[in-house]
Design a protein around this ligand. Structure first.
Ligand code: RTP
Ligand code: MG
Length: 139
């Protein structure tokens, strides 16, 4: 398993607000290499599948609705210590708690519409990246 990769999505609010370029700029400036990249809209079924781990949580239905409400940008990223370093770069889930200089501090609107996703483990990074990208789309 590649331990130097993580997976991200630029969420519907940030795509809608024309922040794809600004966010990718912060990602590359943070030392991450883009291994795979695409713009895609999830159906509610696909979003539900992606967030299956959260299905018992109170925000699950809202999250599925939100994440299928418009196109997202999915990407696999590579860097040493990618999972932890990317979560540092994106900042806290709730932008009210996000540090200066983080992606969420700059672009997130709310605890739900928080601009970006970042995988929480090497195992999930692999599963999530493979959810979007077949092997021949990962470079
Ligand atoms: P992500 O998975 O998107 O990187 O975010 P995270 O690890 O920081 O947060 P997580 O607990 O995994 O939650 C996943 C996403 O669900 C939405 N959420 N809404 N309404 C709420 O209280 C609430 N809490 C979480 C956010 O979009 C969060 O990123
Ligand atoms: Mg999470």
């Amino acid at each position: 398993m590649a331990t130097n990769r993580t997976f991200t999505m630029i969420k519907p609010d940030a795509v809608q607000d024309n922040h794809i370029g600004g966010i990718l700029q912060m990602i590359e400036a943070g030392g991450f290499r883009i291994v795979a990249l695409k713009k895609v809209q999830l159906t509610p079924e696909r979003a539900g599948q992606f967030y299956e781990v959260h299905k018992e949580r109170p925000f699950y239905q809202d999250l599925v609705k939100y994440m299928s409400s418009g196109p997202i940008v999915a990407a696999i990223l590579e860097k040493d210590n990618a999972v932890a370093d990317f979560r540092t770069l994106i900042g806290a889930t709730n932008p009210a708690n996000a540090e200066e200089g983080t992606i969420r501090k700059k672009y997130a609107k709310s605890i739900e519409a928080n601009a970006v996703h970042g995988s929480d483990s090497d195992e999930n990074a692999q599963i999530e990246g493979d959810f979007y990208f077949p092997a021949n789309e990962q470079f």
